[in-house]
Design a protein around this ligand. Structure first.
Ligand code: F6R
Length: 243
């Protein structure tokens, strides 16, 4: 695991974006794994800047989102279908037909999860996966106790995750979904490269457990220790608990 510590959140975004840009420049139809939440927004801003400057072309790039809520409509502005469309597809100019998000509204959830795994496999696997980390150490929505071998499936969101994400729902915990579909830790580990970004003091404990703690399902992020090409890009606040 390579750890890159930079002074500011903007620099976190720039360093991570440079890694993604390198992949897209060498493979026009690269397969990106994309994340939602606050952490990757600086990456998308930097990639949008490079696209506008004519340095990058995303029109043939394919993308797979990590996760989606269960129990809210796709039209909801906080569904990950909406967030990925707004923050990734539209900003970077991806072809919407090439952007995939787990189907949290499926009547047959098990089938939808198996189909998602199949789609990723048919795309040839993920070239570079963008990740954030939850304050409880989750990656994707693989909450503590998730199996390192898990694949895309339905999960119950941890109370802490729902509290953390209430900020996206007007601070109203009751509006935050209780369940989600998420790529599994096994799915994430199958990506060829991982780049995880984290900023701010609230992430310092999770970052320390991920990087220095024992390999443990109690900190799903520690699974990155198993990956041959994982880079963790963090600011000084998020790095504060590293020894
Ligand atoms: C998002 C995701 C989550 C977030 C994590 C951190 O698709 O899978 O693991 O990356 O909850 O969220 P932020 O960046 O909002 O702190």
């Amino acid at each position: 695991m390579q750890i890159v510590i930079v002074p500011t959140p903007a620099e976190v975004g720039a360093v991570a974006a440079a890694k993604i840009a390198k992949v897209v420049r060498t493979k026009a139809d690269a397969v990106l794994g994309v994340a939602t939440g606050s952490s990757p927004l600086a990456i998308y801003a930097e990639l949008e800047h490079r696209k506008s400057a004519g340095e990058l072309d995303f029109t043939a790039v394919r993308a797979f989102a990590l996760d989606e809520y269960v129990g809210i409509d796709y039209a909801h502005e906080q569904s990950y279908h909406s967030v990925i469309r707004r923050e990734v597809t539209d900003r970077l100019g991806l072809n919407p037909a090439l952007v995939h998000v787990p189907d949290g509204a499926a009547a047959d959830i098990a089938r939808a999860c198996a189909d998602y795994e199949q789609l990723i496999a048919e795309a040839g696997g993920v070239d570079i996966q963008i990740l954030g980390i939850g304050t409880n150490g989750h990656i994707g929505f693989n909450e503590p106790t998730s199996s390192f071998a898990s694949r895309t499936r339905i999960k119950t969101l941890a109370p802490r995750t729902r509290e953390d994400n209430a900020r996206f729902f007007d601070g109203d915990l009751a509006q935050v979904p209780t369940h989600c579909l998420t790529q599994g830790l096994g799915t994430i580990l199958a990506a060829r490269r991982l780049v995880l970004v984290a900023t701010g003091a609230a992430k310092a404990d999770a970052v320390a457990a991920m990087v220095e703690g024992p390999l443990s399902s109690m900190c799903p992020g520690s699974a990155l220790q198993l990956h041959p090409d994982a880079t963790v890009v963090i600011d000084e606040d998020a790095a504060a608990r590293l020894t």
